[in-house]
Design a protein around this ligand. Structure first.
Ligand code: CTP
Length: 403
């Protein structure tokens, strides 16, 4: 899945022959999962029609401050559009528009939208080689870069004028790759490897029965996604769940029992920068697993159980530089019990959810947590969807990496 999936991308099209490539670019971005809107300068319409771009982007295309065909003269709101975008991309960016952007000129809707945008702005210049080399064009590039805009350099090759040289707009595939790389390089968990355990474990009684629990695995899967979105390389060790693989390049290792989860966690832990144990591991397993299905021959059946290894505590024993995060699900003496686990398992912080909190815990879409840090600090969070809870936890982890 592309890192731009789900992002709102505003494409600005200025009047250059490379505008024909913008059709392919829009299609690529939409295929990569982005929501795309297009804004054009009036002159850009001589090179490509708004109909082509609105069909490909599946959105209305904007090019003037008013809706021309509307008698009520409704405004197109450049401020709203600029703020809507997660990312703006001017492609093609002509020498004329770049110079206006650099000087703050806003005499068309695209320029006014550019000035209103607070998001990162990328620009892909396209012009003839002498225009590209001109000191005033270079000045525009430098000024825009100094404002924080990101330049996607033009390529070298045959130009529309028939000349050959630097000035060809980067190809749509190159623009997409450039943006993907640029975003991932600036992500706070880039180059970090994170191991996450999730879901329940099933402890076999016989070939058809097991001891398990109601954990859905949702919290762990959301954590894996939140970490991957922030640039981490994630290994998700999942007990049996109904959830499909979360995507985002996350490596999923499916296990059943606590022992299998333990083995998988230890196999990967050494290479990791952090581990988050969100799995609801069975504390005990049947001492002997029947090789055949147990028959109901007697009134009572006694199963002897033996303790499972504590995965998180064993990682705590092995840890060197790794950050370790655990969960505690408590029904009484919540804080005291959670603090006990924090110390015993050598954690950096523990996420406490109390079953007393309505809406928190197993099989729920929401969770209400407190985070207790090893230094003694405590943070309480409101009841939120698990996705947002995951973001909160990952944010705290990022804080520790950058501390
Ligand atoms: N955990 C683990 N391996 C186990 C048991 C627990 O990795 N065998 C991890 C859980 O993933 C969680 C934390 O330890 O992050 C706390 O789990 P919990 O079951 O609340 O604590 P226990 O140590 O098992 O204590 P108790 O069941 O007595 O409350």
């Amino acid at each position: 899945m592309s890192i731009i999936s789900g992002k709102k991308i505003l494409i600005g099209v200025t009047a250059g022959i490379a505008a024909y490539k913008t059709a392919f670019l829009v299609r690529l971005l939409v295929k990569a999962g982005a929501e795309v809107k297009v804004v054009m300068t009036p002159a850009a319409k001589d090179f490509i029609t708004p109909l082509t771009l609105s069909t490909l982007s599946k959105n209305e295309v904007f090019s003037s401050f008013t809706k021309e065909e509307d008698e009520n003269q409704q405004w197109n709101n450049h401020v709203e559009l600029g703020l809507w975008a997660d990312l703006m991309l001017i492609a093609p960016a002509t020498a004329n528009s770049l110079s206006k952007m650099a000087s703050g000129n806003s005499d068309n809707f695209l320029l006014a939208t550019y000035l209103s945008a607070k998001c990162p702005v990328y620009f892909a210049p396209a012009m003839d080689l002498d225009m590209y080399q001109h000191p005033s064009t270079k000045d525009s590039f430098q000024k825009l870069i100094s404002y924080g805009n990101i330049m996607i350099p033009a390529g070298t090759g045959e130009l529309a004028s028939g000349l050959s040289g630097e000035g060809r707009m980067a190809e749509p595939e190159e623009i997409l790759k450039f943006i993907e790389n640029h975003i991932s390089e600036s992500l706070p968990l880039r180059n970090k490897k994170i191991l996450i355990t999730a879901g329940p474990t099933y402890e076999a009684i016989d070939p058809v029965r097991f001891i398990g629990n109601h954990s859905s695995g949702k919290m762990g899967y959301e954590l894996a996604k939140a970490a991957a979105i922030m640039g981490a390389e994630v290994v998700l060790i999942s007990g049996p769940t109904h959830l499909t693989d979360p995507g985002f390049g996350i490596e999923v290792i499916r296990v059943k029992s606590a022992q299998e989860m333990y083995d998988a966690a230890h196999e990967h832990f050494e290479k990791m920068d952090a581990a988050i144990a969100s799995a609801a591991v069975s504390d005990y397993r049947p001492k002997n697993v029947a090789t055949q299905k147990i028959k109901k021959n007697s009134e009572n059946l006694i199963l002897e159980l033996q303790k499972n290894p504590d995965i998180l505590a064993s990682l705590g024993e092995r840890k060197k530089e790794q950050i370790l995060i655990g969960f505690a699900l408590e029904t009484e003496n919540e804080e005291e019990n959670a603090l006990g686990k924090l110390k015993r398992k050598k954690l950096d912080f523990i996420v406490l959810n109390s079953l007393k909190d309505e809406g928190a815990g197993f099989q729920k879409e929401t969770n209400k947590i407190s985070i207790l840090f090893k230094g003694g600090e405590k943070k309480d969070f409101a009841l939120k969807p698990k996705k947002q809870v995951a973001n909160d936890i990952i944010k705290e982890l990022i804080g520790l990496f950058h501390a």
